[in-house]
Design a protein around this ligand. Structure first.
Ligand SMILES: *Cc1c(COP(=O)(O)O)cnc(C)c1O
Length: 435
């Protein structure tokens, strides 16, 4: 469910005509729906009925401070993976006390920053990291709360680059070694064992791997509760979203029409499957959703620059590129592409939708069936709210895109388009090159 839909012939975000935003701020521009963001948060937070749930939004999916503030206002904490992300929480005027700090390579300054801001817990990925956290906590004269990330060795059946819960992945400590890791952690004077964590991968489209992982880990969690009095279990993120029928999936009717066997995961189905397994633990449950909170709440607007008719192939050359939205080039991801102005009288045609970057990989879609559109018209990439802007780069000296947040009939720029001057501000020519 989301709030992108055609009103008459024009695609709207909530009550705002997206073409108005494209004309006002130019393209490429990301647009997010505040109401969809709030719905996504609420559905997930309420999905595990009867449990004490804390949602820690995985900021890496979309780190704009306006979005962080919106989620914080709703009660969310954050799943953070760098010192920069800790600073973003502060910049958003939100509290780090409800947030957790994950990642395999935490540096000393990052650990210090997290402790100074009273992080809820560190999600530890290795034994040497425990020693380092203990050392930094000792210098500050505090006890560091930790949970160890356990790797349940479950196949999340998702793209290889975003699966994390198999034993060959770099993440976490294998279940077999986790008991020893906790014993080792308990010996450090400045470490406080607070919980346990897992995260098996991203864009999971069924509940089965989650159920398998939780079922596998629950006996160990019970053991930790008995031994160390842990108070929480974080089951990670990874809940998938709809990419293929992204526009249609905004409507309840689409969901009702899906056969039960192939219906994509929903927060309600996720909650209903997991709550009975988790309830007997009597622990606080942390969720770390990223994609599911923001993915379907954002679109990327772009303008068609040229329609190039090749031999037996059309190329729609647009002003967005792989630097703005990296997912298709990086993970072969599918994004639905729709025109901002729909005209059913237009012919159907197929085209390769490509960006202007000098790489064949700068291709968003091959042989995509579309309505015939041409120069100067606008299109939207659906489901672009997660891992879109947050993965953007400046490749080919392209400025980072603008971002806009819509609520009802209002909208505001939440990130102005980068300028060339900002892009090269830190570059300089050394004296020895100056004649
Ligand atoms: C990336 C990540 C998440 C969020 O994953 P999504 O698939 O976006 O929900 C949650 N927890 C950890 C530890 C992560 O690395």
């Amino acid at each position: 469910m989301h709030h992108f839909t055609y009103v008459g012939s024009n695609l709207h975000c909530e009550s705002v005509d997206l073409a108005e935003i494209a004309r006002l701020y130019g393209t490429p521009t990301y647009v997010y729906s505040a109401t969809t963001l709030a719905d996504n948060y609420t559905r997930l937070a309420n999905g595990l009925a009867g449990l004490d749930v804390q949602v820690c939004y995985a900021q890496k999916a979309n780190a704009n401070i306006a979005i962080l503030r919106h989620f914080a206002n709703l009660g969310a904490g954050f799943d953070l993976v760098s010192g920069g992300e800790i600073r973003r929480v502060l910049a958003a005027g939100a509290d780090v006390k409800r947030s957790v700090f994950a990642g395999v390579g935490k540096t000393e300054p990052e650990i210090k920053l997290a402790l100074e801001n009273e992080i809820f817990a560190f999600h530890v990925e290795s034994e040497p990291e425990i020693a380092r956290i203990n050392h930094v906590a000792g210098k500050l004269g505090v006890k560091a709360p930790i949970a160890i990330r356990i790797n349940p060795d479950v196949d999340a059946k998702t793209h290889a680059k975003i699966t994390t819960g198999k034993s060959e992945n770099k993440f976490g400590i294998p279940l077999k070694q986790a008991g020893a890791a906790y014993e080792a952690a308990a010996k450090y004077p400045n470490i406080f064992i607070k919980g346990v964590q897992m995260h098996i991968g991203s864009q999971l489209t069924s509940v089965a791997p989650f159920v398998e992982a939780v079922t596998k880990v629950v006996p160990f969690v019970e053991e930790l509760k008995a031994k160390y009095g842990i108070t929480y279990f974080s089951i990670g993120g990874g809940i998938g979203i709809v990419y293929q029928d992204a526009l249609a999936s905004g409507q309840q009717a689409w969901w009702d029409a899906q056969p039960a066997e192939t219906r994509p995961i929903t927060p309600e189905a996720y909650g209903a499957a997991l709550a009975p397994l988790l309830k007997p633990l009597g622990l606080k449950i942390l969720l770390e959703p990223g994609r599911n909170m923001v993915g379907n709440a954002g679109v990327l607007l772009s303008r068609v620059e040229y329609l190039k008719r090749g031999e037996g192939r059309n190329f729609l050359i647009i002003d967005a590129a792989m630097n703005d939205l990296a997912r298709p080039a990086m993970y072969d991801s599918y994004h639905e592409i729709v025109p901002l102005h729909r005209d059913t009288a237009r012919r159907a045609f197929t085209a390769d939708v490509v960006g202007p970057i000098c790489e064949s990989g700068d291709c968003f879609a091959k042989q995509r069936p579309l309505q015939e559109i041409g120069e100067g018209e606008y299109i939207a990439f659906m489901s672009a709210g997660a891992y879109g802007f947050s993965m953007a780069s400046r490749y080919n000296t392209r400025n980072l895109a603008a971002e806009v947040l819509v609520k009802g009939g209002s909208f505001e720029l939440i990130n102005a388009r980068e300028t060339f001057e900002q892009q090269i501000a830190n570059e300089k020519i050394p004296a020895f090159l100056k004649a």
